[in-house]
Design a binder for this molecule. Structure first.
Ligand code: MN
Length: 290
């Protein structure tokens, strides 16, 4: 580990809040931690720690709303999440599945607990990330990738250290199924008690870990549950260890070196493009969805 990355900081969200009535989340960035420059191409992280829901015949969630200029990536760890969008994309994701929705020039969608699941209720555990698109692809056609648990890349770490599920990018020669516009690594790693692993990203790539369960030591920093470890863009190697075991997400990628101007559900490169997005939405150009 001659070329270790320094830890830039360990960040936490500002408590939990509701998104609609179905997602009890803590936001790690862009609020309260403005990491837009530091974690490009990632724009936003909402983490829905495990939360129990009573049975209901009226599924909880978020009603119809637009997006333009980026991708929403929803990871289900427990529970069942339904999505429908105005481009015809949709489906239900369950434990281990991922929904990679490219809004690009614009969609309307709604995000709900799956109706059948909601009837019995139970534990929901999820995450939503927003991943930026390069300017050249912000006005592409929308698309939807339903990535099922059995399609994920899996690396069983040597020496019974743990397991890594690869959603996007590549680890130890194993690729994840997500098609991305720029280099993105998104991995779901579990370390057994006493387990450790080594990661390496080019110094120019941004990199972070988000701890979902347990406590990890990463290049000398201690990070507890619900905290994000951000690394400097110097050095390459990261050593992670978990004395009592841990589960964490690895987020890394090549930064998109372009201006970011965001307004609610629209993320573009200029203010003029934001005004265009609002006008297009008001003119009904994002389609329709009931
Ligand atoms: Mn949305």
């Amino acid at each position: 580990m001659a070329d270790r990355r320094k830890v830039a900081g360990v960040f936490e969200g500002d408590g939990f809040h509701w998104v609609g009535d179905g997602f009890h989340v803590t936001q790690l960035f862009p609020s309260p931690n403005d990491l837009t420059e530091r974690l490009s191409p990632f724009l936003l992280m909402d983490y829905g720690a495990p939360h129990d829901y009573e049975p209901t015949t009226t599924p909880r969630g978020v009603g119809v709303h637009p997006h333009r200029g980026f991708e929403t990536v929803t990871v289900a760890f427990e529970g069942a999440l339904a999505h429908h969008d105005s481009s015809g994309g949709g489906g239900v994701i369950r434990a281990g599945d991922v929904q990679w929705m490219t809004a690009a020039r614009g969609i309307l969608h709604k995000e709900y607990h799956d109706a059948e699941w909601a009837e019995t209720g139970g534990r929901m555990h999820m995450m939503q990330l927003w991943v930026n698109l390069p300017a050249a692809n912000k006005m592409d056609d929308p698309k939807y990738q339903s990535l099922t648990a059995d399609a994920m890349g899996v690396v069983d770490l040597a020496g019974d250290n743990g397991r890594v599920r690869i959603i996007a990018g590549e680890y130890q020669g194993v690729r994840g199924p997500a098609e991305t516009f720029t280099q993105v690594d998104l991995w779901d790693a579990t370390l057994n008690p006493g387990g450790s692993m080594e990661l390496s990203f080019p110094a120019t790539d941004n990199a972070a870990l988000f701890v979902m369960d347990g406590t990890v030591e990463a290049n000398g920093a201690i990070a507890r549950q619900n905290s994000l470890v951000l690394f400097e863009n110097q050095g390459e190697d990261i050593a992670v260890a978990a004395e009592a075991g841990a589960r964490f997400l690895v987020l890394a990628g090549t930064p998109i070196d372009e201006p970011v101007v965001s307004y609610g559900p629209f993320v573009m490169n200029t203010r003029a493009e934001i005004v265009e997005a609002i006008d297009a939405f008001n003119a009904g150009e994002f389609g329709s969805l009931n």
